[in-house]
Design a protein around this ligand. Structure first.
Ligand SMILES: Cc1cc2nc3c(=O)[nH]c(=O)nc-3n(C[C@H](O)[C@H](O)[C@H](O)COP(=O)(O)OP(=O)(O)OC[C@H]3O[C@@H](n4cnc5c(N)ncnc54)[C@H](O)[C@@H]3O)c2cc1C
Length: 331
């Protein structure tokens, strides 16, 4: 009998997060002929998201659509997940390595008495083994891990590392055109906490951890206003603005933008580091970016050691010039 692989379909607002489609990619890479791929979707007002998931060709969709599930509340969501797991016993569960995935996956691993491999950036599959590659020591090295064999496997995947998969390949997709929807029962509301309001702090309209382009500022931006040229560049490139802790500590921007060991981890296609020295704690959050462009007045700044392109210069001259040149190319 084939295995049952489930992806946790995470939403942001009323839309599925990109990492959901990246988890689907990982699911397809893990799947063998005869395996079943399903998704678990929890929230409220889910019709459009249900349709989007079914359009991917998954075999089954497990849904809890209820007003009490509108905002993420850990105890409540975990109760739904636990009930789902106990009833349907999936063999492999994939989560995004997001705040929610990092919250739920270990709780489920403890409940299922299984192992968990976190922050996976790629899979190495062969006929008889699967290795999970993940960064360690704040991104300075990689290790590969494998499960010892016993199921279930619980895995979180780092956003922006697997190519988002819009639809499963024909040999994997469900036999029925619209897949199969199973409604999950609503658990009692958590007595321990109630979510009253959710305040989203995002860099523009693009989620920093999923942005393809990140323009980050450090203490070198000198003020809140100093971020303006960075915001213009980010806007032109449909990217997000990030920051070093130096910039956040100096009050130039919100801590929600902080990238690094104690901030967000990003893996964009292009990372602009403007007025950032390149402290090890900052590198922990961005060193896996595909291309790093550093702009710094100090030619000895450590950021240049990991940059693919380095510009020694004043960011207040260089960034507007870059924006103007890119605007010419893009228009
Ligand atoms: C436990 C711990 C956790 C930490 N976690 C994080 C973290 O998550 N993220 C993080 O970023 N840091 C973190 N830090 C702090 C980290 O060690 C550094 O202090 C911080 O990253 C420095 O920020 P910065 O590069 O913006 O500032 P600085 O180190 O002050 O560098 C500013 C840079 O701007 C350049 N510059 C100045 N003016 C200009 C200009 N006009 N144009 C171009 N360049 C200019 C300077 O040459 C300099 O290189 C942590 C520290 C500790 C101890």
């Amino acid at each position: 009998m084939g295995r049952h692989i489930t992806i946790f379909a995470e939403s942001r607002g009323s839309e599925l997060r990109q990492v959901t489609y990246e988890a689907l990619q990982a699911a397809e890479q893990l799947a063998r002929p005869g395996d079943k791929i399903s998704a678990l979707l929890i929230g409220h007002g889910l019709r459009a998201r249900q349709e989007a998931l079914l359009a991917t060709g998954i075999h089954e969709l497990y849904v809890l659509d209820h007003v009490t599930a509108d905002a993420y509340e850990p105890d409540y969501t975990f109760q739904v997940l636990k009930d789902f797991y106990d009833q349907y016993k999936p063999d492999i569960l994939l989560f995004g390595h997001t705040a929610i995935g990092r919250d739920l996956a270990p709780m489920l691993a403890a409940h299922a008495d299984s192992g968990q491999i976190s922050d996976v950036t790629s899979l190495i599959t062969s006929d008889d083994s699967v290795l999970f590659k993940r960064p360690i020591y704040a991104g300075k090295a990689f290790e590969t891990r494998a499960f010892s064999g016993a199921l279930p496997w619980i895995v979180t995947i780092r956003p922006n590392n697997f190519k988002p998969l819009a639809s499963l390949s024909p040999c994997m997709s469900g036999t029925e055109v619209n897949g199969y929807i199973r409604s999950l029962p609503t658990p009692a509301s958590s007595l321990r906490s109630i979510v009253k309001n959710v305040v989203q702090r995002m860099s523009g309209s693009i989620d920093l951890s999923e942005a393809k382009i990140v323009v980050s500022g450090g203490r070198g931006v000198e003020s809140k206003e100093g971020f303006k040229p960075l915001e213009e560049l980010a806007q032109l490139l449909h990217g997000a603005v990030g920051a070093s802790r130096g910039a956040c500590d100096s009050g130039y921007c919100d801590y929600a933008l902080q990238i690094g060991q104690t901030g967000k981890v990003v893996t964009p296609e292009v990372y602009f580091a403007c007025g950032i020295s390149g402290a090890i704690q900052h590198l922990a959050g961005m060193s896996q970016s595909r291309t790093i462009v550093a702009i710094n007045t100090d030619p000895e700044a450590p950021i240049f050691q990991i940059a693919d392109y380095g510009i020694v210069g004043d960011l207040f001259e260089v960034v507007p010039l870059l924006t103007a040149e890119l605007r010419k190319v893009l228009n």
